[in-house]
Each structure stands twice: as structure tokens, then as C-alpha cells.
Design a protein around this ligand. Structure first.
Ligand code: TXA
Ligand code: MG
Length: 413
């Protein structure tokens, strides 16, 4: 492995928070760990497996502050690292060209829509989470979404529509189950997957011949989508792997300087992403749980299947393969009776139970709805505060509780 490969793999690890997960400590600690590892490069070069946990020497001076600064600002992969091998090491970090754009913030849906028509990418609020949108028929604009989010190219996007007519611009066939779900739940927090028309570029669907379609119910979203005049593909407006944004400030935190415009609106109502149901074959399959529950879907189409972890189903929803919803802090799920053992100044709690004092941050929710609504923003708040571990109380897996437990489990992975 070359020096630059080692550096690249550290950067990758830090972006994926593997280092922090593996040593379960705070970001600051991880920064120092990486800085130490850089100083030890001549030695590390000899190793096949890099085990930085066992490194135990200190770093002073320039290298420490450069590395810490860069990592703290979480810009790792937008920077190039150069270094010398002397000790103390000198580390120079230079920003790569590409992301110097001004992100326009507006409350006017018409102004935001004008950006879409120009081929720009725009974040906008919906009732579930904020999305990052582009004109579905403009492959170059869609490519910008993947780049800005650092989204893997094999993860398909959902197309958002303002009207029934726009569904017909996207779908090659509306199966009977799709028709029934559309009639029952649109507009609302449900995505229906159907076969796509040729005009939808493959980049939008990650090469699949199907497309996920959703009609948001949020007023600002439908004003924006109507003004766009075309369906708008949009994943959640976060950097890949991070918790989905439920406020415009969270979008700014992840994507400032990387996207053209943010349509600033209220915090989202539901706080978890839409349910995704695949209707492209005879028996519909729920691929992602959401606030429209499996029970509700079965009231409309009784044979609807829940997702299994079998390969067939996972392959149908590539997004399930990727890491999701993760704060930098560790996430641990607990039953109500296990909570009081975990109190410390570096831990936080979110859940339904009333907890004793002593956690650094606490969000005690009155209902599962409020828990879902608050979860992703609480994760972000914990990261800003440098919390090491977030304890999340488990809930019953019925209705919205099933979607909430799905997100909690993924965050804890
Ligand atoms: O609530 C939501 O759904 C939000 C807002 C912005 O609408 N969007 C969102 O998008 O959460 P994203 O990209 O973060 O998640 C899309 C999910 C992924 O799990 C993806 O695999 C699945 O939908 N999906 C999209 N198109 C699909 C398709 N053609 N077949 C199977 N799964 C699909
Ligand atoms: Mg997402």
C-alpha cells in the first residue's frame, strides 16, 4: 500500500466514521488518532493491516492543528493532504477545486423553481425530510446531486410530482396495486415504485428500469413542484450516511457551498423518510418502512409483503445496502429499565421515559410521533455537542414505531 493509499483509506474511514465506531470515542479523539497515524506513516507502510488503536505516542505542533482543523470541519474528502515524513510531521491540507459555489437561501418557491429549470440543484422541505432536487429529465443536473451528496451511484432517487399528470410522464405502467396506493395515500409520505418510461435517464434510477414516485403533501413542496413544471428527483438533502435533514439549517450544515439553492421552510412534520412500496410486480413489497405502515398498506392491498432480508428483496432496494442515518456518536438501543445505568456527562438520551439527571443531553418525547419527529435533529445536536454515545429507547414496532425502530437499528449498526 502506498503512502497516498494509506492517507486515502484514513480519510475514507473518517468519512464513514469507522474509526470512531471502532474505538467508540469522540470526534476529537479520532482526529488525534489520525494525526498520530500520519506521523507514523513510515512505520505503517510496513503493516498489512493498519491497527491504529494500539498507537501510543503524542503529536505536537503544526500537524496536530492542521489535521484537527480539517477533520473538525468535516471536509476531509474535499481536501488533498500532503505531508513530510520528518517528526514532528508537517501536514499541509489544500482544498480541491470544485465546491466554491454560493448557496442561495430563499423562502420563495418560484425563485427556487427557477433554479431547477436552469439545471441547478435545490434543497426543499417536504412533510418527511428535506429533499435535494433536480429536473428528472436533465441527466447532467441529476449527476450534480450524486456529487454534492457523495451518494453512491447505485442508489436510485425518488421522483417528486405535483399532479397525477406528472406521474404519467414517468411511469410506463401503473399496476393495479400502484393505482390503489396512489388513490389512497397521494399526496403523502408514500413512495410507489413502478416501471419507468425511457425518457427518465438511467442515472436517476441507478440503472433500474423502475422508478420511485411520490407526491409530497407539504404546501411549500407542492407550490415549488408545481412551479418547476417537471417531476423533480430528490434524495434526502444530507451528505450520504448522515441523518436526513429535518430543518433547513441541517441542510446548510451538510451542503453549504455544494448546492445552488435552499428553499427555506418550516421544520418537517414527520421527521422520517417516506415508506417505499415496490408495485412493479404482481405482489407489492414494502421496501422501506415509513409513517404509512404495513398495516395501512394491507388495508388497501391485503397481500402486500413486508421486506425480508433475503437477497432478492435487498437487491430490489439498493438504498438498503448503504449505511444510513448515522450520527458521529455511537448509538445504542435500550429498553426503558436499562437507562439509569448509562448516565454520564458524555452520553445523551432520547426516548419516551422520564430519565434521572446526569445525561449531557436529554430529549424526552411525549409520543412515538414526537420521537420520530425529533430523532434526526437530536442526532445532529449530539454531534455538535461532541457526545460520545447516544442511548435511544426502543419502542413498540407497530405503526410509526416500526419505521422508527428501522431507523434506530440502522443508526446503531
Ligand atoms: O421521504 C422521502 O422519501 C425523502 C423525501 C425527500 O422525499 N426522500 C428520500 O430519498 O428519503 P432517499 O434517496 O434518501 O431514499 C430513497 C430510497 C432508497 O432506499 C432507495 O433505494 C429507494 O428509495 N428507491 C428509490 N427508487 C427505487 C427503485 N426504483 N426501486 C427500489 N427502491 C428505490
Ligand atoms: Mg437518504
Amino acid at each position: 500500500m502506498s503512502y497516498s493509499n494509506i492517507i486515502q483509506s484514513f480519510i475514507k474511514d473518517l468519512n464513514g466514521q469507522n474509526i470512531m465506531n471502532c474505538i467508540s470515542c469522540r470526534e476529537f479523539y479520532a482526529c488525534n488518532t489520525m494525526a498520530r497515524a500520519i506521523v507514523r506513516l513510515p512505520k505503517l507502510r510496513q503493516l498489512e493491516n493498519i491497527k491504529i488503536r494500539n498507537e501510543s505516542f503524542s503529536l505536537t505542533g503544526e500537524a496536530s492543528s492542521f489535521v484537527n482543523d480539517a477533520l473538525r470541519r468535516r471536509f476531509c474528502s474535499d481536501y488533498d493532504l500532503a505531508h513530510t515524513m520528518s517528526v514532528p510531521a508537517s501536514v499541509t491540507i489544500t482544498r480541491r477545486a470544485g465546491y466554491s459555489m454560493q448557496t442561495k437561501i430563499t423562502t420563495d418557491p418560484i425563485e427556487a423553481a427557477a433554479h431547477i429549470m436552469r439545471g441547478d440543484i435545490v434543497a426543499f422541505p417536504t412533510e418527511t425530510v428535506y429533499g435535494l432536487g433536480a429536473n428528472v429529465f436533465d441527466a447532467a443536473a441529476v449527476a450534480k446531486i450524486f456529487k454534492a451528496k457523495r451518494r453512491p451511484a447505485d442508489n436510485p432517487l425518488i421522483a417528486h410530482v405535483a399532479s397525477r399528470e406528472q406521474i404519467d410522464l414517468l411511469a410506463a405502467e401503473i399496476t393495479e396495486s400502484a393505482e390503489n396506493f396512489i388513490n389512497a395515500f397521494f399526496p403523502g409520505p408514500l413512495t410507489v415504485v413502478v416501471r419507468k418510461v425511457e425518457a427518465v435517464p438511467l442515472i436517476a434510477t441507478a440503472g433500474l428500469d423502475t422508478i420511485g414516485i411520490r407526491m409530497p403533501a407539504f404546501k411549500v413542496a407542492s407550490e415549488f413542484l408545481s412551479a418547476c413544471g417537471v417531476p423533480v428527483v430528490a434524495p434526502s438533502a444530507n451528505l450520504s450516511g448522515r441523518p436526513s435533514p429535518t430543518t433547513w439549517e441541517a441542510v446548510l450544515e451538510d451542503l453549504n457551498g455544494r448546492i445552488d439553492c435552499i428553499l427555506k421552510g418550516e421544520p418537517t412534520e414527520i421527521g422520517l423518510e417516506s415508506a417505499v412500496v415496490d408495485c412493479s410486480s404482481e405482489i407489492p413489497v414494502l421496501l422501506r418502512a415509513g409513517s404509512v405502515s404495513l398495516e395501512q398498506l394491507r388495508e388497501v392491498v391485503p397481500g402486500t409483503r413486508g421486506i425480508s432480508t433475503g437477497f432478492g428483496d435487498v437487491a430490489r432496494s439498493p438504498g438498503l445496502l448503504h449505511k444510513h442515518y448515522s450520527p458521529r456518536a455511537g448509538v445504542v438501543l435500550l429498553g426503558g429499565d436499562e437507562i439509569s445505568d448509562q448516565i454520564s456527562e458524555q452520553t445523551a438520551f432520547i426516548g419516551l421515559s422520564k430519565v434521572p439527571d446526569g445525561f449531557a443531553l436529554v430529549k424526552q418525547c411525549d409520543s412515538v410521533e414526537q420521537y420520530a419527529h425529533s430523532l434526526f435533529e437530536f442526532f445532529r445536536e449530539c454531534d455538535r455537542a461532541g457526545i460520545a454515545v447516544i442511548y435511544c429507547e426502543k419502542v413498540q414496532e407497530t405503526g410509526l414505531g416500526a419505521a422508527l425502530m428501522d431507523r434506530l437499528r440502522r443508526a446503531a449498526e
